[in-house]
Design a protein around this ligand. Structure first.
Ligand code: GLY
Length: 401
């Protein structure tokens, strides 16, 4: 279907043309924003509905771009998409800064994943073997070599993996820049909650907001992060199977006299839990993250803070000297296979860009490109086809009632 026919189809369903767009994005986190920005750049009249565009999980996330150090067994397909997005980051960041004049804190600093005991070291050796089999660049270092790179590391560090290709960006800056880029590209913001998807016949036609406004659109992109499964009016058969996975994150500040405290991201699995320290050029040091299946709870708990500080302290004892400036919890949009849902649903006019789980910041560039390609041509580009939401349809229809 052409852009013109999509737009005119939407126009015919409402008399209020200011509330009509070609593309309506539901959700103003970084995934919704990048989709809206790219759609507007392709010439679509684009609107976005969210009470607080630029909010959401990006306000909590550390912003690791960790395709290699976050590789897991069974996730090689996701690895392909993660790597495709990592490759686009330099150009994407430069374009976004050029469009907005805003710095993003994009730092090509690399990552060091370390082991503190024999079990951790065995785990890291396995990860190294998987990385090598997958053709990824990752170098095994002794404990001494790790400490030469990062002198603040604990004397007990037993070895590590140097991954020079895993970088970082500041997600708060990224979100702010995407809001500005959208504004400059002409995206219309409706700063209110979407309450219900509108469906006419067998087609999604827009949403009704909590203040009763009807927003009509040729195509609706549901990009609501962990909330994506909760929009009323979405038929059960196409409701995204996305759940919230809580992550508690701390922010510390490195006083100038201690800089450089760490020169790259340092991470480890300590007693089965991930801990990472992400040092920004601004002096902020982000320590994350818990991973908790507790529904919609975003309480910062004493236990969460204690475990993060305990594990981070085992890696880098000097952190106890630093001011603790912020504690916060956010919700990752988890999917059944830990990979995003990108593409059309079985309801015409309803597309998904959600379920990015631990990789939302990393996958922002490739998601924007894939969704723009889809909106323009009706098809996902090759690298995103495996992530169609339809991969979950069969499983759901086969579930016992
Ligand atoms: N990607 C890191 C996290 O989700 O904690």
């Amino acid at each position: 279907m052409s852009r013109t026919s999509i737009a005119s189809q939407a126009s015919s369903s409402t008399s209020d043309t200011s509330h009509t767009s070609d593309v309506l994005v539901v959700g103003g986190g970084i995934i919704g924003l990048v989709t809206a920005w790219r759609a507007a750049q392709r010439g679509f009249a684009t609107a976005l509905v969210d009470p607080e565009p630029g909010g959401g999980a990006a306000q909590v996330a550390a912003g690791m771009l960790a395709a290699v150090t976050e590789l897991h067994y069974g996730e090689q397909t996701l690895l392909g998409l993660n790597l495709a997005s990592a490759r686009r980051y330099p150009e994407f960041a430069a374009e976004l800064t050029e469009a907005t004049g805003l710095a993003l804190g994009y730092r090509q600093c690399g990552t060091l994943a370390v082991a503190l005991d024999a079990d951790d070291r065995a785990h890291l050796r396995e990860l190294h073997a998987l990385q090598t089999q997958s053709g990824l660049e990752s170098e095994w270092l002794s404990g001494r070599e790790c400490r030469r790179l990062e002198p603040m590391l604990a004397p007990g560090v037993r070895g590590g993996l140097r991954v020079d290709g895993d970088h970082q960006i500041d997600p708060r800056r990224l979100a702010k820049a995407l809001v500005t880029a959208c504004e400059r590209a002409g995206v219309v913001f409706h700063r209110v909650w979407a309450e219900r998807l509108s469906v006419a016949g067998d087609r999604a036609t827009g949403v009704v907001t909590t203040d009763g406004t009807e927003l009509a659109a040729g195509q609706v992109v549901l990009a609501g992060g962990s909330l994506s499964g909760r929009l009323a009016g979405v038929p059960d058969a196409v409701l995204p199977p996305v759940r919230p996975v809580k992550g508690q994150v701390l922010r510390l500040t490195v006083p100038k006299r201690y800089a450089p405290f760490l020169s790259r991201t340092v991470r480890a699995v300590v007693r089965g839990s991930n801990v990472y320290l992400v040092p920004r050029e601004s002096g902020e040091l982000v320590v994350g993250a818990t991973s908790e299946e507790l529904g919609w709870d975003t309480t910062v708990t004493a236990g969460g803070v204690y475990e993060l500080l305990r594990d981070a302290h085992e890696l880098v004892p000097g952190i106890t000297e630093l001011p603790l400036t912020e504690t916060r919890a956010g919700l990752r949009p988890g999917s059944p296979d830990n990979a995003p849902l990108l593409g059309p649903t079985e309801l015409d006019g309803l597309l998904l860009a959600t379920g990015h789980y631990r990789n939302g910041v990393l996958l922002t560039p490739v998601t924007g490109d894939a969704m723009a390609h889809l909106l323009t041509t009706g098809e996902l580009p090759e690298e995103a086809r495996a992530f169609t939401p339809k991969r979950f349809s069969t499983a759901r229809t086969e579930q016992p009632v």
